[in-house]
Design a protein around this ligand. Structure first.
Ligand SMILES: [Zn+2]
Ligand SMILES: [Zn+2]
Length: 418
């Protein structure tokens, strides 16, 4: 939920909305009725402005097949994701986790998602850091909301934990840094390279303490390079909000995990003049819009396409000798088909095909060492064995022949022929 600046030249470590080209056969609707009614003369201006501003939302993240600006998060090629939520100081609120799983399986139909939540008290060191970073507020912060029954409910905070997520996405904040350093320990990870395991920490502050200057459900950040998503939350908020509390937190999780799979915000500015899109990257909702689906499938297609091209070129010697050339031809034709679908903007189908082709080629190459073993070891061994067996045989034959010759000579001498 943190806004970032965007630079066209260098890959950004932060989440932004790059205005790359892309999208087709997708409609973006602008509701101009209000402008037509109120300021008819400005209708055309407004329409042009909306269209221009809308382009960045439609044409997100289409990168060329070998675009150097693609970052690690764009290139991820996982088919099974595991989200592990660790709720520090959590009060045991139940979250509708299947909503998150469905949102991502809908965004990336070639993937499966599994989400777990663990609740436990905050560790002593982090608690000390929290207390050291907490200040008393001269004026209390207030977060109010409407309950489903129509009554209003407020949460007050007299204290605030300083967690500066507004500058550099909180990269240099001591609390963020503590969590970056402890993510391996918290989630029992051996490596931070496997991004298919998504560690999420919900930091719950005391019930009188806001976090990062926000009362209620606080801000959140998604740090793919540091392998962690962090959400701040004031104690009691989720429960106090009734049914909508867990839903709001779930939507926030969907948004941050959306960043993890490299989705960007829609529109840097949410004010007038920008089209409104119903999407988890823009609003609190379960679903990702078609533009985000397009963007993610284009990135995944590119990632798999690059990987399969590398497999082909690294194993070209082996593959030219491959005995079942028909099977190889089928893989190549599947790959060509995926490319055709990609250029035809049938992105979801193109990803399905390129993934299948990739795994088939991978299997073929994995089987190949046995075949090359035969060539590498079997033939030389056979030659050696033959030579070893042949030499004594030849020697034996020679000895036998000599004996025969000697005998013949003896016989001939005896017969007086020499
Ligand atoms: Zn965001
Ligand atoms: Zn979207």
């Amino acid at each position: 939920m943190v806004e970032q600046t965007f630079s066209m030249e260098t890959p950004s470590r932060y989440w932004a909305f790059p205005p790359y080209f892309g999208g087709m056969r997708r409609a973006l609707y602008f509701d101009l009725s209000d402008v037509i009614e109120r300021t008819p003369t400005k209708t055309m201006d407004t329409a042009i402005r909306l269209f221009n501003n809308g382009l960045v939302d439609i044409f997100v993240n289409l990168l060329g097949s070998l675009d150097s600006r693609m970052i690690a998060a764009d290139m991820q090629k996982y088919e099974n994701y595991v989200v592990k939520i660790l709720w520090l100081n959590g009060t045991g609120d139940q979250l509708p986790l299947e909503q998150i799983e469905q949102a991502f399986e809908d965004l990336m139909p070639w993937t499966e998602w599994n989400i777990t939540v663990q609740t436990r008290p905050i560790d002593v060191d982090l608690n000390t850091l929290f207390e050291n970073r907490t200040i008393e507020l001269s004026k209390p912060l207030n977060y109010s909301f409407l309950l489903a029954n129509g009554s209003e409910f407020s949460i007050l905070a007299n204290r605030n934990v300083i967690w500066d997520v507004w500058k550099d996405s909180g990269e240099y904040d001591p609390i963020s840094q503590y969590l970056f350093e402890h993510v391996k320990y918290y989630f029992n990870l051996t490596s931070l390279e496997d991004k298919s395991i998504i560690p999420v920490i919900i930091l719950q502050s005391r019930n009188d303490t806001a976090i990062s200057g926000v009362a209620g459900i606080g801000p959140s950040i998604s740090w793919f390079p540091h392998n962690i998503i962090i959400l701040g939350c004031q104690d009691g908020t989720v429960t106090a909000m009734g049914e909508s509390g867990p839903i709001l937190l779930t939507h926030q999780l969907i948004h941050e995990i959306g960043h993890w799979v490299s989705l960007s915000h829609h529109s840097a500015r949410f004010d007038l003049g920008y089209p409104k899109i119903t999407c988890s990257m823009r609003a609190l909702t379960d679903k990702f819009c078609v533009f985000c689906k397009d963007a993610r499938t284009r990135m995944s297609f590119t990632a798999y396409y690059q990987a399969i091209t590398e497999l082909f070129s690294n194993s070209s010697n082996l593959l030219t000798k491959w005995e079942d050339q028909e099977a190889l031809k089928l893989i190549k034709s599947r790959l060509n088909n995926s490319l055709r679908l990609f250029y035809n903007w049938d992105y979801a189908e193109s990803v399905e095909d390129v993934i299948q082709a990739y795994h088939q080629l991978e299997d073929m190459i994995n089987e190949a060492p046995n075949e090359s073993l035969i060539n590498a070891y079997f033939i030389p061994i056979m030659i050696t064995v033959t030579v070893i067996l042949l030499i004594p045989t030849i020697i034996l034959i020679k000895i036998k022949m000599r004996k025969k010759l000697k005998q013949l000579r003896k016989d001939n001498v005896a017969k007086g022929m020499i």
